[in-house]
Design a protein around this ligand. Structure first.
Ligand SMILES: [Zn+2]
Ligand SMILES: [Zn+2]
Ligand SMILES: [Zn+2]
Length: 318
């Protein structure tokens, strides 16, 4: 049982007939050869003006841009209209930004150096703070999609921030999980219990622990837990947020050496803006090594064909 979401997970390890069942080749993202990459240095004119630029030695290292095709946009407060007994709608107000976290077209998050990780994580934090000042934005989802199987549409490495005018179901479910838990904090307790158990820990340093959680729903799923209990990423110290970035970089590199090039999603979960409800911010890493089929879609129950203990062992020796 995943105590964050309250959903059951099935572990069915004999379904993995061949090791190749677990490996997805990251299909290259579709590159339009007639268009130069809008995120490469020298092509800055191809994008809307940057909202924020971070420089080193006269060269930008991280750029934050408005998404040219925003999924959420504008400052109109959430006004819900009922157009019929079952037709409810509201304006998709909010913010949709792209965070280009390296000038290098062929790099990936797993290959960033320490300084580049620090700037990227500082930029992420700065943007979350800017979002939290916009009354219309209730929650911001920061994501990193790598590879076409994970939904990346442009090859140049980048993250996205979507500031949305409501608290999405997944976060509401996790908030309920924190509320349901009897102890002081669900994820502080998880961190302690997983360190005691030991065999699902993939990375541990003085600031961050990364585990293949007991309730992993997909092969090589990882949960990144900062030791410092904070509900909001913006309340985290620069050292802690940098340490989280480096831990993610390191475990993605392990994933790569373990199963080769793979599409994945990195998803940051932080408390909704201005919320005081119990939460402990964290990141999920979901490699795209298997596909979600009808049973998973129909029931919300994931069938994991690789036990998290084994996944952690594979990653540890990589
Ligand atoms: Zn590029
Ligand atoms: Zn906690
Ligand atoms: Zn979460």
């Amino acid at each position: 049982m995943n105590p964050l979401t309250g959903r059951w997970v099935a572990v069915a390890t004999d379904r993995a007939a061949r090791p190749s069942d677990l490996v997805s080749r990251p299909e290259p993202t579709i590159a339009d050869a007639t268009q130069p990459c809008p995120f490469c240095p020298g092509n800055e004119e191809a994008t809307p003006p940057a909202l924020e630029t971070y420089d080193r030695g006269g060269q930008w290292t991280v750029r934050v841009l408005p998404n040219r095709y925003p999924a959420f946009d504008g400052d109109e407060v959430l006004h819900v209209s009922h157009l019929g007994p079952v037709f409810t709608e509201a304006m998709g107000s909010g913010i949709h930004e792209v965070l280009v976290f390296t000038p290098e077209h062929k790099a990936s998050f797993a290959e960033l150096d320490d300084k580049q990780v620090a700037v990227t994580m500082a930029a992420l934090r700065d943007r979350l703070e800017a979002h939290s000042r916009r009354p219309v934005v209730r929650y911001t989802q920061a994501i990193l999609n790598h590879g076409r199987d994970a939904g990346a549409s442009l090859e140049h490495p980048h993250a996205q921030l979507l500031g949305i005018p409501f608290v999405p179901g997944e976060i509401a479910d996790e908030e309920a999980g924190f509320g349901r838990f009897g102890g002081p904090c669900l994820l502080c307790t998880t961190l302690e219990a997983e360190e005691d158990a030991g065999h699902r820990v993939v990375h541990a340093d003085e600031r961050v622990v990364v585990i293949c959680p007991f309730w992993a729903g997909i092969p090589y799923e990882m949960l990144v837990l900062p030791r410092d209990h904070q509900a909001h990423i913006v309340d985290t110290s620069p050292r802690d947020i940098t340490a989280v970035g480096r831990a993610i970089r390191d475990v993605l590199a392990k994933l790569h050496s373990c199963i080769g090039p793979t599409s994945y999603n990195v998803v940051f979960h932080t408390a909704p803006h201005r919320s005081a409800a119990p939460f402990h911010w964290h990141a999920h890493i979901w490699p795209r090594v298997t596909s979600i089929a009808g049973f998973e879609q129909g029931t919300g129950v994931l069938i994991n064909i690789l036990a998290p203990e084994l996944a952690a062992t594979h990653l540890a020796v990589s």
